[in-house]
Design a protein around this ligand. Structure first.
Ligand code: GDP
Length: 295
């Protein structure tokens, strides 16, 4: 289960807090030190943790809370609210084009779950009554094109592909094909590498310029913790992403990526991948996630 370590550590801290009737400023400060350790151990970005603890502490040591009848509960409430804020506070919907098709470009490192997520998102949009098109722009690995075609068949959603010719042209032609055939959403599955490299980034930049997508969604593997955040920062610096999709939240991720990526990039987490099945996709609700982390 995701966040297991963090959840159990936080619940220990909170148990101590609520077991006392009255709390002093020192008690809260000591608890905050423990929350800080728990977040760092969950691989949350150091600067994010620092700012988070500062905000929570400022709110929690106020007389309103310390003199309340249930100070422990009040502190937990503040932590819950600030965890929610950290992840974006509200649910972020996909931008929809005023003149269809809406073009969604999925980017990310190899293995992050991009192709799977392209399929999941297409299925999700189809369920909402849209008529999506999948477009295979990862031209370097024939297996990737094949993988997308298999997903398309399962979902009964067409896949546009031009083999291994030219990724940018494939994207352009795919969008044109969508326009000509009444598809109101296009999902571009782009190439990923094991590490960020300039050649790949150049291609993605050219693709962005050519098709002017409505969203650039960065798919990140939540299991990679701090690394996921560094990757997000680099992609954002080069491509100005519009949102993040966290995958593999069903795994035993410590939580660092989910808790840092919004704060570091300033971009919202829009969806979560929660399993290998095509239906394992959920809109990302920061509030629900915070409650889940608090157990
Ligand atoms: P890509 O290289 O970024 O296109 O990654 P793939 O879509 O091929 O996914 C890589 C692996 O991660 C595959 O084995 C997927 O089944 C798996 N995967 C993708 N998303 C999830 C998820 O949300 N949960 C789990 N458990 N596995 C996932």
């Amino acid at each position: 289960m995701a966040f297991e370590g963090l959840t159990s550590k936080l619940s220990e801290v909170f148990k101590k807090l609520t077991s006392r009737g009255k709390l002093s400023e020192q008690d809260v400060k000591a608890a905050m030190r423990e929350v800080k350790m728990a977040l760092l151990e969950a691989d949350v970005n150091f600067l994010v943790v620092k700012k988070f603890i500062k905000t929570v502490s400022e709110r929690a040591v106020g007389s309103e809370i310390l003199e309340s009848l249930t100070p422990g509960q009040q502190v937990i409430k503040v932590v819950n609210e600030e965890l929610t804020n950290l992840m974006g506070s509200t649910v972020s919907k996909l931008t929809v084009a005023s003149a269809p098709p809406s073009v969604y470009m999925l980017v990310g490192l190899q293995g992050a779950g991009k192709t799977t997520m392209a399929g999941k998102l297409a299925g999700y949009l189809k369920k909402q009554g849209k008529n999506p098109l999948l477009c295979a722009c990862d031209i370097y690995r024939p297996a990737a094109i094949q993988q997308l075609k298999v997903l398309g068949e399962k979902l009964e959603i067409p896949v546009f592909e031009e083999g291994q010719k030219d990724a940018v042209k494939t994207a352009l032609h795919g969008v044109q094909y969508a326009k000509d055939n009444g598809h109101d959403a296009v999902l571009l599955d782009t190439a990923g590498r094991l590490h960020i490299d300039t050649e790949l980034m150049d291609e993605l930049k050219r693709m962005k310029k050519a098709v002017d997508p409505h969203e650039i969604l960065l798919v990140v593997d939540s299991m990679t913790g701090q690394d996921a955040v560094n990757v997000a920062q680099s992609f954002h610096d080069t491509l100005e992403i519009s949102g993040v999709i966290l995958t593999k939240l069903d795994g035993d991720t410590r939580g660092g990526a989910a808790l840092s990526v919004k704060a570091v990039t300033g971009q919202p987490i829009k969806f979560a991948g929660v399993g290998e099945k095509l239906t394992d996709i959920e809109p990302f609700y920061p509030e629900r996630m915070a409650s889940r982390i608090l157990g």
